[in-house]
Design a protein around this ligand. Structure first.
Ligand code: CUA
Length: 343
């Protein structure tokens, strides 16, 4: 257990590098805890087996080594031993049982997404359609009828069911602190649930090599206390992106002319999933990151608008907005940062 705490400490140090949290070894919710327990159990059993086998092996090498003056002595030859055969059959069976019982139990618990598949969802059941695209994430809340991107906001202490799909090619949804990886496929949907014990922000990643910006295909999971979450949902349902301060109306005009064809600023975006080809920006000003990778400052927004390719190679916005003047970009950045829920 000292080794376990050492590894955990190391993970804590490494995990502490960023602002948000990420470590499989420090699970922050029920699903991640089950997976962590299985990881520790199976590793412990493997280490135990290696240690015992190595000890026996070393003992045999030393005990039956060739001694001086006995070069031609052949040790006692043994053929068949019921006792030994029983021992080396029963011990592996017991070890496999110790491994199999929790593995099967947890696998069924983790795979239970029946609550998400009812025709009418029970009151308070959260289901989110997650769509992975080159190189960003969309989150569409089924019951709440709101859409957002890049920040998955969930309530603390509650199971949130996810329907995972890839819109273009195969990606993989991974929030190390909250659950193991799950592929997002274009052809068939996968389902999982996540749950976070405490409020906080957790890092999420794409875990399937998908192109030049695979490593930059990041997102956040923002966990709010239940009442904060309810307020967030209510504010999102009201967000239509129409009324903005007079100071950013120039930027709003630029947005409507150049960006609105692909990006929505309405959190209830009525277009079908296939038509939502660019990230929804309804609460852009509240987000931690620009394009999932740079701190959300006006400076970085401008950098992104000017040359997205330099920040995220191969992304689909690349070079389409080269014609905007510096003045337009300044106005646009101010407008985008003003898109807040005002909570
Ligand atoms: Cu998407 Cu890697």
């Amino acid at each position: 257990w000292r080794l376990v705490s050492l590894v955990s400490l190391l993970a804590l140090l490494l995990g502490g590098c960023g602002k948000a949290f990420q470590s499989t070894l420090i699970p922050q919710g029920e699903a991640a805890k089950m997976q962590y327990d299985l990881l520790i159990l199976s590793t412990s059993i493997m280490v135990l087996v290696v240690l015992v086998v190595t000890a026996i092996f070393l003992y045999v090498i030393v005990r039956f080594r060739q001694r001086k003056g006995q070069e031609n002595v052949i040790p006692k030859q043994v053929e068949g031993s019921h006792k030994l055969e029983v021992i080396w059959t029963v011990i592996p069976i017991l070890l496999l049982l110790v491994l199999a019982v929790p593995t099967v139990t947890y696998t069924f618990k983790l795979a239970d997404v029946s609550a998400a598949n009812k025709k009418t969802l029970d009151e308070g059941t959260s289901v989110v359609d997650v769509t992975a695209r080159l190189y960003w994430w969309e989150f569409a809340y089924k019951g709440e009828k709101i859409i957002t991107s890049q920040d998955l906001v969930i309530p603390a202490g509650k199971k949130v069911y996810l329907n995972l799909k890839g819109a273009d090619i195969k990606h993989s949804f991974w929030v190390p602190s909250l659950a193991g990886k799950m592929d997002t496929n274009p052809d068939n949907a996968n389902q999982m649930w996540i749950q976070a014990d405490k409020a906080g922000t957790y890092n999420g990643f794409c875990a399937e090599l998908c192109g030049p910006s695979h490593a930059l295909m990041q997102f956040k999971v923002r966990v709010l206390n239940e009442s904060e979450y309810k307020d967030w949902v209510a504010a999102m349902q009201k967000q239509d992106g129409k009324s903005v301060a007079a100071s950013v109306q120039d930027g709003q005009k630029v947005f409507q002319q150049s960006c609105a064809g692909c990006h929505a600023v309405d959190a209830k975006d009525a277009r079908p999933a296939a038509a939502r080809i660019a990230p929804n920006l309804a609460n852009f000003g509240d987000r931690d990151m620009v394009a999932g990778i740079a701190d959300n400052t006006e400076e970085n927004v401008k950098k992104w608008l000017k040359d997205p390719e330099s920040m995220k190679p191969g992304n689909l916005m690349t070079n389409k907005y080269g014609k905007l003047s510096d003045q337009q970009i300044d106005a646009l950045a101010a407008y985008l940062e003003s898109l807040k829920l005002g909570q």
